[in-house]
Design a protein around this ligand. Structure first.
Ligand code: SF4
Length: 438
């Protein structure tokens, strides 16, 4: 008699890197007999793959864990684990505060999940928040051959050496580490064999990748040579790591999509310095000029922090000026909130909440206007769309344009996973509509 598979539910918080890590955790636990399930109620093991970027991240995880208590009481064999950046930051403390938690695993150690799961099965509890010598990517098995959707993430770089004054990543994810090119290319081939047509390369500082000579531009070139891989993107980049070769690749490599997320955070030199971003607003603007010279239709997106400690009205106006000068396709903007353990959290000159609110509103109104303009300029243009799934209307499919806009098109379902030429006909609140060409 074959044993029924054990069921694994993973809740993923935060960024795309966590989405990728959750997939790899599920794959590695697959070797221990787990299949994924959609609900915690149905699971034999629940993993919270956490993020430490947002305010009160750890408290939110503790309260989510509290909500799992009745489930654990009803099903004492249920294994509960905490992974990701909160696991890294809190470590043992999670076990101390939450007796229902069986294992705590940091982002660099999750290849050890099968052993940890076994230890828990024998009645123990396990913590691993090392930055181990053995490379987790080497230890993880090849990606499963099962058919996949047309887009995938692929982590090529982890960690950060930049130490922006507001950010916990250098402490939770450790120093910058690049995966070797041959491993990345092999993984990309496996993804393409499984049906993937578009890969987004991921890293906390993806353009600091240095796994082979020539940096990220050389890696993009190697990946572009893979038959069947049609589109390449990468995120998140630091302005100071945009080298000339990578800028040139945007003009020369047809598979590299005309889209770039390049966070600037502020337009004020004083605040950029206090943030330890290591560039000025003008250097950023000159960089954008060079990127646009290489690829005039590139769509730029960014991140902004409003109300960084010490930010004056004049500093904020400098941010508004920078936004007007660039013209973004979209952007994420947040009010500053201190992260314990970061230098900015120690600064005494915090900006009043009401001032932050007003500034954020003005910034978001401007960014929203720019997003509408970016979408409207697409109307009447031809683009290609990679179709991912049926739309809400009968006979409709939804996919992503080269500029990463969602596009709704009347199209047969047989186009799922295919790239087709589309003329954009209309712009809606958060997506475009188009019709197939030819
Ligand atoms: S570059 Fe700055 S914001 Fe980005 S991960 Fe590193 S420290 Fe954090």
């Amino acid at each position: 008699m074959t044993q029924a598979p054990k069921k694994l539910f993973i809740k993923t918080y935060g960024c795309q890197m966590n989405v990728y890590d959750s997939e790899r955790m599920a794959e590695t636990l697959g070797a221990s007999g787990y299949v994924t399930t959609e609900t915690a109620e149905d699971a034999d093991m629940v993993l919270l793959n956490t993020c430490h970027i947002r305010e009160k991240a750890a408290e939110k995880v503790y309260s989510d864990l509290g909500r799992l208590r009745p489930l654990k009481e009803a099903k004492p064999g249920l294994k509960i684990g905490v992974a990701g950046c909160v696991a890294q930051a809190e470590g043992e403390e999670i076990l101390n505060r939450m007796p229902l938690v069986d294992l705590v695993v940091g982002p660099q150690s999750y290849h050890r999940l099968p052993e940890m799961e076994r230890a828990v099965g024998q009645g123990g509890r396990a913590v691993d928040t090392d930055f181990p010598e053995d490379d987790k990517f080497e230890a993880l098995k090849s990606r499963p051959k099962a058919k996949r959707g047309p887009t995938a993430f692929l982590t090529v770089q982890e960690g950060c050496d930049k130490f922006c004054a507001f950010c916990v990543v250098p402490y939770t994810r450790g120093a910058e580490v690049s995966r070797p090119a041959e491993r990345i290319v092999a993984e990309a081939r496996e993804l393409v064999e499984a049906g993937v047509r578009e890969i987004t390369l991921l890293g906390q500082n993806v353009n600091a990748w240095h796994g082979a000579e020539g940096g990220l531009a050389a890696l993009v070139g190697q990946l572009a040579a893979i038959d069947g891989l049609e589109r390449i993107r990468y995120t998140t980049s630091h302005p100071n790591d945009m080298d000339e070769a990578l800028i040139a690749a945007h003009g020369q490599e047809a598979k590299l999509m005309p889209y770039l997320h390049l966070p600037v955070q502020s337009g004020s030199d004083r605040i950029l310095k206090a943030m330890n971003r290591k560039h000025t607003a003008d250097q950023y603007l000159r960089l954008i000029e060079r990127i646009r010279a290489a690829r005039p239709d590139i769509l730029l997106t960014s991140d902004f922090i409003v109300g960084f400690p010490g930010e004056t009205d004049a500093d904020f106006e400098a941010t508004m000026d920078l936004v007007r000068a660039v013209g973004y396709g979209s952007a994420f903007s947040f009010k500053y909130s201190p992260r314990p353990g970061t230098p900015a959290a120690e600064r005494k000159v915090q900006v009043e909440a009401s001032v932050m609110d007003a500034r954020l509103q003005r910034l978001q109104a401007l960014l929203g206007e720019q997003q509408r303009t970016a979408q409207e300029t697409m109307v009447g243009r031809e683009t290609t769309v990679l179709f991912e799934k049926p739309g809400r209307l009968p006979g409709q499919m939804v996919g992503k344009s080269e500029h990463l806009f969602a596009v709704h098109v009347q199209a047969p379902e047989s186009l799922r996973g295919e790239i087709a030429r589309v003329r954009i006909t209309a712009s809606g609140p958060n997506s475009l509509a188009g019709s197939l060409i030819g």
